[in-house]
Design a protein around this ligand. Structure first.
Ligand code: SF4
Length: 356
């Protein structure tokens, strides 16, 4: 069975949050025309509350490099194992992880570099570590912003289409995969993949941290298994403390989505306006400012909730406008935590009169 079949059989999907089928992305890049192609391992992990990629880089760096090397071979080798495409890999890594893990990653890359063979030619598949600029922030982890960063351009999302699968780094076909995705590729290749994924647990619970469980476990089961299921009124934010969806405690009999984080909030401990302000402050500080709905819209949302008598109708209209008109995913997800918090938590609270 070739690697693509193994990835398909394992049913791997991207673990950066978008859950795009890994095999489909790889096939698209393989089939795209070009003599030069790239593979980027996205280790920027900028979503608050998500720490799984750091955990994987700390505990399983060999697997991540192995996943990259498998991707490089997949793209570079033709039918008869002969090198037909020039491929280069980049590990795009945030400054904190760079400091902690770059040396180890470098040594693994050097140790596992293949010897040039007659069939593959000289200098097969170099992998380079690229430190994400300090100023890149959350938006610097968005895949096309990451490409701009590596190219030395202004760090902001690109217009899509065209997609990176055909027009990625320096306009060449490019696979961009998250750290966990490449880790899983390595497991699938060696037959060790067991349908598991990593979950980061945060918030008002005792045993916070990164755990690995079956990907079909429910959020409720994970909280109970880790002894983090609260005995007080609570709700949870799933898939990131910035962009994740908020669910009430009766809605947790489903699998975790996005980047797989679960953050527990005590109802008593968190005031609604403080929480909404926290989310808006985060998005304001991370907006790249490229488009008006996001740059101005989030600022207006914050103004509304700070006013003595918030205009909730205007607030709801601005949120809808953002999800429909923002240029990239950051602007589009601003309504996700806020609207789901209103719908799933505040709407069930006695005395709440806010209706978005
Ligand atoms: S939505 Fe926000 S982050 Fe995205 S391009 Fe527009 S201003 Fe930048």
């Amino acid at each position: 069975m070739d690697i693509l079949q193994k990835i398909k059989k394992a049913g791997l999907v991207g673990r950066g949050g978008a859950c795009f089928p890994t095999a489909t992305k790889w096939e698209m890049v393989k089939n795209a025309a070009g003599e030069k192609k790239y593979i980027v391992c996205n280790a920027s992990e900028g979503e608050p509350g998500v720490k799984k990629d750091g955990y994987i880089l700390e505990h399983f760096p060999e697997k991540v490099i192995d996943g990259m090397k498998i991707a490089v071979d997949f793209l570079s080798l033709g039918n008869k194992g002969k090198k037909t495409v020039d491929v280069k890999g980049y590990i795009y890594i945030n400054p904190e992880y760079y400091k902690k893990f770059a040396q180890k990653l470098e040594s693994i890359i050097r140790k596992t570099s293949p010897q040039p063979s007659p069939s593959q030619g000289e200098g097969a598949a170099p992998i380079e570590i690229f430190k994400k600029p300090e100023s890149a922030g959350y938006i610097g982890g968005e895949e096309t912003s990451a490409l701009n960063a590596i190219e030395g351009k202004r760090i902001e999302p690109r217009l899509r289409p065209p997609f990176p699968t055909t027009n990625g780094l320096w306009n060449c076909p490019t696979i961009i995969n998250n750290v966990e995705t490449l880790y899983n590729v390595s497991l699938a290749a060696s037959g060790e993949y067991k349908n598991k994924r990593f979950y980061t647990i945060n918030g008002d619970c005792l045993w916070t941290g990164v755990y690995e469980f079956s990907e079909d476990w429910t959020i409720e089961k994970i909280l109970k298994e880790t002894k983090n299921y609260p005995n007080f009124d609570f709700f949870a934010q799933i898939g990131g403390d910035g962009s994740g969806e908020v669910l009430n405690s009766k809605q947790l009999n489903i699998q975790a989505t996005g980047a797989g984080s679960i953050t527990v909030f005590s109802v008593l401990k968190h005031k609604p306006l403080d929480l909404i302000k926290k989310w808006l402050d985060f998005f304001i500080s991370e907006s790249c400012g490229q488009c008006t709905p996001c740059r101005e819209g989030i600022y207006r949302l914050l103004e509304i909730i700070k006013s003595p008598k918030p205009d909730w109708q205007l607030f709801g209209e601005l949120l809808n406008n953002l999800s429909e008109t923002a240029f990239c995913g950051l602007g589009c997800v601003v309504p996700v935590p806020i609207k789901s918090y209103f719908e799933n938590v505040l709407a069930n609270m006695p005395g709440n009169e806010i209706d978005l």
